[in-house]
Design a protein around this ligand. Sequence first.
Ligand code: GLN
Length: 470
Amino acid sequence: MNIDTLSIASARKALDAKEYSARELAEAHLNAIEHTNPELNAYLEVFDDVRAQADHADEVLRRGEQKALTGIPLAMKDNILIQGKRVSAASKILENYVAPYDATVTKKLKAQHAIFLGRTNLDEFAMGSSTENSAFGRTKHPLDPSRIPGGSSGGSAAAVKGGLALGAFGSDTGGSVRQPASLCGLVGLKPTYGTISRYGLIAFGSSLDQIGPLTRTVEDARILYDATRGADPNDSTSVPDSFFDKRSHKKKIGVPRDLLVAGVDPDVLQLFEQQLKKLEEVGYELADVKLPSFTFGLAAYYIVNPAEASANLARFDGIRYGLSEDGGDITDVYFKTRGKGFGKEVRRRILIGTYVLSAGYVDAYYRKAEQLRDVMRAELATVLENVDAVAMPTSPTPAFKAGEKEDPLAMYAADIFTVPVNLTGAPGLSVPCGSVVRDSVNLPVGFQLVGAHGGEEMLFVIAEQVENTR
Ligand code: GLN
């Protein structure tokens, strides 16, 4: 077995055909992790019960009761709860916090007897685009250790690209599944808001957050998506199956060329255009579309996101969860715990969020940004009446160097093509479309497809065309 390139679908066939056991597959991954993870820092913890999980999966296989993910070794971003395991959100404030229950996603994966290898590194509380904001050290790009793997689900992406898991879950609030997938040459899906339960995902921006898969193939992304989606009584924003878009294929793709202006790497743009041509060659029609409000997506996102983050992170008060510092009175406990427990970017978001929600500024900032979201949603819906999906680059650049974007605004600009999608709630998928050479290394580039709410199937179909033509 070549675990570096093995897909979930192929591993399924091999496990079913008894070419190897779940135990052997898990051992191969543990060996690779032992060898590579000290350098990569993709995993913050490798679980001590992987072999036991694998033996259990082998028993299920022996009984012939296997499901799609039985015995498949996966990685979980360290902000998704697995009961009894630590879950830190890569923050000092939750360093030793143990999850008291399973996330719905975890429960669904356990029901299929998937194997959890460990918890993967992220930017603290998923705030960032490079995994450099982790309190536990940065994750390195598997193809060039001087570069970042993207973020915030950089640990998950590095694990799958580096041969340390067959697939992984991340969370995408503004691009954190799609952007690291793009930078690492993987498929990454940010599903429609509400299609995968957020129950048991540590909340960041609740109206933006979605859990999503990072995989080596489009087929694998579909497998992980199918295994984890569905309405959940524990998440009041989750949607029923009847919600899914069943429109027929028009074989037409919208390209918002007005958005592809300043700041996009010319090589990335060239690969994007080449991929569009290839889609044309296999029968897709290209249409110029206009999404003028998307120009303000980044600005609106960096108001809505900190606003929601500041409210969500108020619960980390030194009393209810994790770290607790002694203080003279309760205010002192808050100051000391939060001052010590939260990193710089988290404190920055809390400050911005508190400001834009304050009585004097809420109308000027937060409410304006929320109004813009309505306009964005309406514009996208109108465009999607005539096309199957909108295509954009996923990230304006290939993987950048560690330390290159110390200015937070430069880091935020990396999200220009991903955050608008979360503001609308629509699904977005990144699929590899080639690579560019930097310092003699081939660095992957992603092609992003944005669909109608509930239109994941359409994205999978088009992404498979990209996969077949690149
Ligand atoms: N990079 C974006 C941010 O920092 C998106 C993060 C995410 O999707 N979790 O907010």
